[in-house]
Structure formats: C-alpha cells, structure tokens
Design a protein around this ligand. Structure first.
Ligand code: NI
Length: 164
C-alpha cells in the first residue's frame, strides 16, 4: 500500500469530470487500498479518485463507522437543506459554509459489483457523499460557497502559499 499525492487547489485536474468505471478489477482494488491509506493518514473523512489524479468515478469515505467505497455513484433524490462549514483535503486549512441537501438517495456499485441504493439521512454522511460526488464533476467547496467566503478563502490560500 502506498500513500498517494493529494492534488491541491490550483491543480487543474480538480476541475476535470471523471469517467464511468467499466471494470471493477484488481487494479481498482489496489487504487481503493491506496486511497484509503492516503485518506486515513491525511486524515480526512472522504477522498475522491480525482484528488489523487485518477479521473474515474470513485470515492471513499469513513465518517467514523468504517470504510465505504462508491463506484459510479449517482444522487437520485434530495430533500431539505443544511448549511455547515466544510473542509477538503485539496483545499488544506480552509473551511467555508456550504449549503447541501439534508437527505439524499444515492445509488452506486460496491467493490463486489453489486448495485446499492439507499437513503443517507445522517447529516454528515449525506454531506460527505455530496462533497465527494462534486469532486467527480470537477466541483470543489470554493465553487459552492458564497462570493464573500470564496474571497476570504482565496486570500487565506494566498497567505498560506506565501508562508510556505
Ligand atoms: Ni474534497
């Protein structure tokens, strides 16, 4: 297992759309293992394949109750609204308020090639899934927050870059 390089804000790959996965094979299993190691070491609660430079519709998350793997995920329905601070491993040190649905119905394949559809009504899980699916469409938290918070975050990122 290897810790992969997490792509950071400014890397254009984060704006790319990911493609559907046709084969759940050994190579994908290895990618998932490496992504899990990378996420836990960061540490974070979610990681999309595009964040490690792989433009495939895959993400993992663990909100504290074990690793979940989503292949070709899709949101089928949404309900309610909830605004909360959100961070991202690709935008280190930054938290911005992001409005999300409270509850979502999601469908995805698991690593056993089984289609799984369920309602995520845990606020944190629903938020994490929406955040990661955004990554698969080239969208990050700075695209989802209001202009004032985006400005503040961008200047913070600038300051951090100068310091490093
Ligand atoms: Ni993220």
């Amino acid at each position: 297992m290897a810790v992969l390089k997490i792509r950071k804000f400014g890397d254009l790959i984060l704006k790319e759309k990911c493609i559907q996965i046709a084969n759940i094979d050994y190579e994908l299993e290895e990618l998932v293992k490496n992504m899990a190691k990378t996420m836990y070491e960061a540490p974070g609660i979610g990681l999309a394949a595009s964040q490690v430079g792989v433009l495939k519709q895959l993400f993992i998350c663990d909100i504290g109750d074990g690793l979940q793997v989503y292949v070709n995920p899709k949101i089928l329905a949404i309900e309610g609204e909830d605004t909360d601070e959100e961070g991202c491993l690709s935008v280190p040190g930054i938290n911005v308020p992001v409005k999300r649905a409270k509850k979502i119905k999601v469908v995805a394949l698991n690593m056993n090639k089984k289609k799984v559809a369920f309602v995520a009504d845990n606020l944190l899980l629903a938020r994490a899934i929406q955040h990661e699916i955004d990554h698969l469409h080239g969208i990050i938290i700075l695209d989802r927050t209001d202009s004032e918070n985006r400005r503040r975050a961008l200047s913070e990122l600038n300051e951090n870059a100068k310091r490093n």
